[in-house]
Design a protein around this ligand. Structure first.
Ligand code: C2O
Ligand code: CU
Ligand code: CU
Length: 460
């Protein structure tokens, strides 16, 4: 079957088929990202059958600059299809990397050049959106940093990519998902890593100011985090500067960082050489443990957090709540049970979940309409209701939103692209629909996404 056949009759056909030729001239230097098999020592023995962008290392941190064009050519050397998504970036729809919705899957030995200009500075990430479960579980999740033009006064930076792997004693992959997990909270990995290290240690100058960018790229786990051993401030959330005071997470009240979410910390390193600042995590049935240690080196350079210049807000339009139209979404189990369509992007073989009681019929399914149609430039309130006992990080592509209210807790008004819904929680979020296109809208627990908890929102 031809990939294009899936599109016949789909309303997305016109925009996708128009993608044929990207105007790239020879002088345009595109960074090439080559999907390839990899191996790495996650446990005592190397784990084979990983997926990365080099044979023996994690996917690199990709750097861009706010307001400057970025060209990334994804070349696929794997026998499976793929498509690359840039999580949190409010870029044009054709570059969003969602198979069938915005582009054709990229086949073996095929390339696709993504060209976009990030409007926002901050911490973002990238991952495949086709064969998602398989390729992400095998390692293909990387961090993307979009730098702001101004110097904020940090001495150094530390990127932390948190994720689990599911391995047996010998370091070989266990199945990435189970039907039991997919129908509940998801299937958890058993080896927790930061930048693929079980005990990551990084050196930074004593008394210096470090910008720590923490990204949860796991397929399942909601990390419970708190900083220890150093003066720390939260300066950004999901890429966007934090403009209000947020309480510093503690062991008793950890920060919940769900799959897809990011937090930027300003850390003032300890003064004494050898002391460390830690990012602590709590896993069920275990004591708190340090995911990452930042070790102080040399003589203290005696910086002060108050010397940092504040981050400038990103150019996100603020919704006009007086004019906003309400749309409601219910996330829960599905009354129907067929297997989702397995285009070329993989299916787990079950439908367990739904949005508005309709399970996503699969990436390549024909004739699936949007969950909502929003008018470009107008303000909206989206009411997100979780009627299940499981937690769901609900992610919207291409737009940034601000949480307004919850029936369970007080939510700081932090701009975001991924809203964690607690058990039985209803959260109202608001946004301006200012980026046209078909925007994927799904749970970022990949087993939920791939078994029905997905859809898209159209902005026209
Ligand atoms: Cu992080 Cu639809 O993705
Ligand atoms: Cu995304
Ligand atoms: Cu979910």
């Amino acid at each position: 079957m031809k990939r294009r056949e899936f599109l016949l009759g789909s309303s997305a056909a016109a925009s996708v088929l128009g993608l044929g030729a990207l105007p790239l001239t020879a002088s345009d230097a595109a960074q090439e990202l080559v999907l390839q098999p990899a191996s790495y020592r996650l446990r005592d023995q190397p784990t084979m059958g990983m997926v990365s962008l080099s044979p023996d290392a994690p996917p690199p941190v990709l750097y861009g600059r706010q307001g400057e064009v970025l060209r990334l050519t994804v070349r696929n050397t794997l026998p499976d299809y793929t498509a690359m998504h840039w999580h949190g970036l409010r870029i044009r729809n054709e570059m969003d990397g969602v198979p069938y919705l915005t582009q054709m899957p990229i086949g073996e030995n095929e390339s696709f050049t993504y060209e976009f200009t990030p409007p926002d500075a901050g911490t973002y990430w990238y991952h495949p959106h086709c064969m998602t479960m398989d390729q992400m579980a095998r390692g293909l999740t990387g961090v993307m940093v979009v730098a702001e033009p101004e110097d904020l006064g940090f001495d150094s930076e530390q990127v932390i990519n948190l994720r689990d792997f599911r391995l047996d004693e010998d370091g070989a992959f266990l199945p990435a998902y189970t039907a039991r997990g997919a129908a509940r909270a998801g299937t958890f990995g058993n080896v927790q890593t930061a930048n693929w290290q079980s005990e990551a240690v990084y050196d930074h100058a004593a008394g210096s100011l470090v910008r720590v960018r923490v990204v949860n790229t796991d397929t399942t786990r909601i990390y419970r985090l708190h900083p220890e051993g150093a003066e720390t401030r939260i300066i950004a959330w999901d890429g966007h500067p934090v403009e209000t005071d947020v309480t510093r997470p503690t062991a008793a009240q950890p920060l919940l960082l769900a799959p897809g979410q990011r937090v930027d910390l300003a850390v003032r390193m300890p003064d004494d050489e050898g002391q460390s600042a830690q990012l602590m995590a709590k896993f069920p049935g275990q004591k708190h443990r340090a995911m990452v240690r930042l070790r102080a080196t040399g003589q203290s350079i005696a910086r002060d957090l108050r010397e940092l210049r504040p981050l400038r807000p990103n150019p996100v339009a603020r919704p006009d709540l007086g004019q906003a139209e309400l749309h409601e979404f219910v996330f829960g189990w599905t009354p129907e049970g067929g297997a989702p369509n397995d285009g070329f992007c993989g299916s787990l073989g079950y439908s367990f979940w739904s949005i508005n009681r309709t399970p996503w019929p699969g990436d390549a399914a024909q004739g699936t309409g949007p969950l909502a149609v929003l008018q470009r430039g107008k303000s909206y309130v989206l009411r997100l209701r979780n009627e299940s006992p499981n937690l769901h990080p609900i992610h919207l592509h291409g737009l940034a939103f601000v949480p307004l209210t919850s029936n369970l807790r007080k939510l700081p008004p932090l701009l975001s692209d991924t809203m964690l819904l607690l058990k039985d929680e209803t959260v109202d979020i608001a946004l301006v629909a200012d980026n046209p296109g078909d925007w994927a809208f799904h749970c970022h627990v990949i087993e939920h996404q791939k078994t029905g908890l997905a859809g898209f929102i159209r902005v026209i």
